[in-house]
Design a protein around this ligand. Sequence first.
Ligand code: GDP
Ligand code: CA
Length: 320
Amino acid sequence: MRIVVLAGGIGGARFLRGLMSAAPDADITVIGNTGDDIHLFGLKVCPDLDTVMYTLGGGIHEEQGWGRADETFTVKEELAAYGVGPEWFGLGDRDFATHIVRTQMLGAGYPLSAVTEALCARWQPGVRLLPMTDDRVETHVLIDDPEGEGRKAIHFQEYWVRLRASVPAHAVVPVGADQAKPAPGVLEAIADADVVLFPPSNPVVSVGTILAVPGVREAIADAGVPVVGLSPIVGDAPVRGMADKVLAAVGVESTAAAVAKHYGSGLLDGWLVDTVDAGVVEEVEAAGIRCRAIPLMMTDLKATAAMAAEALALAEEVRG
Ligand code: GDP
Ligand code: CA
């Protein structure tokens, strides 16, 4: 079975672990979000691609969910001693090596997709990891200008990591997405897929950004295969992080039903909500999306594998 998964960082990576356990023989292609990418200290950092790569490759800091295990921060401290920031983005010494290799290869002319493949040769994530695009896309968030009357756009990482999403987001813009082309292999993987899954990743700044690359949404809708998603919202709040802030920016309530309707029946065939949200199943089905309530907390591999198995079962059900 060929499965395509549109993944952000932590939510996507943890779900993928469960999927690989539930479907060990599946051929899995991950289309990763690159809207979070940022240039720091002259280096190209791809947080979501790296979270997937490290998680599936056994290098992730388990408790934190991002960055490397057994990390040290000597380089960051030395940079700070020179007064060079930003100090709010946690880049460890081991992690720095990844960004150095990536930046060096990009500088030599390799596209991000080739660089990602090269990095994965070390990590052997067990899936084919593709960036959504080789072109530069940067998600920006529009906030009230703290120093003036107007509004200003800041990089998504500054909003999320430095400001901890503590101020309202008025708009979320994947800058460059409208001009971006899907990376080599992305449209082909979707066309050849037997099923497309949306993990419980952020619907706006992770899955939404991937869908903003022209051609991707259309390819999924036209593939004629089941598309099943899992809700990142449980009991009217994100399980982790601040997805409610960016959902508000696009006018979507933080409920499992509202997120399903935001994707819409033109894209989604099936949707899994947590058992605490069983009350919305009818509402989602009335919107033309097959819906089931099951436990959706990725507490351990067994629970996550069960979620993935349910997603595949729902896909078979809608296939009819
Ligand atoms: P990020 O790029 O690291 O923010 O990760 P993603 O976009 O892939 O996933 C973030 C989303 O995962 C958040 O909106 C969380 O609500 C969701 N999430 C994290 N852990 C769980 C979980 O155990 N269950 C569910 N249903 N969602 C989760
Ligand atoms: Ca992310």
